[in-house]
Design a protein. Sequence first.
Length: 509
Amino acid sequence: NVRADVSAPTPDIPPEIREWLSQDRLLLIDGKWVPAQSGKTFDVTDPATGEIIAKVAEGDKADVDLAVKAARRAFESGPWPRMTPSARGRLLHKIGDLILEHADELAALEAIDNGKPKAVAKAADVALSADMFHYMSGWATKIEGKTIPISALAAPGSDFFSVTRPEPIGVVGQIIPWNFPLLMAAWKLAPALTTGCTVVLKVAEETPLSALRLGELLLEAGLPDGVVNIIAGFGETAGAPLAAHPDVNKVAFTGSTEVGKIIVRAAANDLKRVSLELGGKSPNIILPDADLSLAIPGANAAIFFNHGQCCNAGSRLFVHRSLFDQVVEGIAAEAGKIRLGHGLAVDTEMGPLVSSVQYERVTGYLESGRAEGARTVSCGNAVPSGKGYFVPPTILTDTNPNMKVVREEIFGPVLVATPYDEVDDALIAEANNSVYGLAAGVWGRDTGRAQQVAHRLRAGTVWVNCYHVFDAALPFGGYKQSGWGREMGQAVLSNYLETKAITTRLGSL
Ligand code: ADP
């Protein structure tokens, strides 16, 4: 892949967005937009051009302290946890509506901040974010306890009445990454809000913009002051004090497994609740009877969607030896058609990686793969010239299970493809041979057989004859070092609830 084949001119940023970006973007604390206590700001860059597009207040411990105080007040004495469930649900629904009303603007912000194509951001990130609020709004009125018959062995002859009462966990600290900036905010905020919690959200330093715009929409929807506070800032100076804050009852984190372990240690001091959605190195298995007209584009999208910057990317492809060459050539041809460019350009299908750090990291893995003897199949894409952090789709073959590129999460458009001979225990063991267990794919015409393989994969999500199918109703999360707990669906509610058992001694009748 040669640079300078095509240029990546910055398409015009729509005027209302340019206007919004021209003012320093501030922190949301207690219902107001405020500068950081330190007065510091940091630059946000467009990864397709390397140009600075905005200045954002840089929150640190002092701002986290204020935000936690506001969230505590909103939880203890504000209306939020005591509001009727239906009123809370209606408000969440309204937030979903506002996201849809502002879909174009939010998608454009994702395109210039994260780099992803605007059309993709609109169809995926924004649509799923709105749906998450709409779906979660329905749970507000359906969080129920149980009545439980008890034996009360120590009190013979007495009657008791026991119920469980789910209660919001309290003040929640949420820390999110840059790969789906708006959607990660929605996945985190919607369930916390529907259960009646209050929140301090720390957005990723690479991509703060869409979540800050979402903060404005939360206020427009009528969310009471202090219920959601949003801090932009860096991991060590803003994320760490939030994870360690003694007045935060629970931390929900999405990001790397490495930082997930740091979060757990920080939260251990006062044993606060923790849920984690971490990395992956997901196996994608093409069975001998797979319909290749589905499996080839499916495997292509599994790894190259969002430029490979998905924790659930299908990054380890296993193909039956009889189909191996055909599948690798097919994916290379499919991936070679992906047009790289600026996220705001209408014909762009893949943008740049999010940052120079990520560019160095992914190209470093490609070098390490080559040094360890892997063969590189480049897909032949034209790469935009200029300062953008573009890395084209690449497939690595002739690998072995000990190589870094096979074991470690690359988080970029790099697929490792391996042939296998039999659908047997050895294949399953190899697919499961990872510290991660987030997702997996299986492709086969015999869906019963594919299900059997799916049952044996140690992963929180398995897609059969599809990939990247997300739904607000479906739990998502990891086995092993891919995380603790689940996001979305009914399953996520337990991340934000405590269960109280209330037993009443009854009189005689
Ligand atoms: P990635 O590798 O995808 O950038 P990270 O795990 O580094 O993911 O970052 C995800 C989120 O965690 C970001 O909001 C980042 O600022 C935050 N973060 C990074 N380091 C820490 C830390 N030591 N404590 C708390 N949060 C952190």
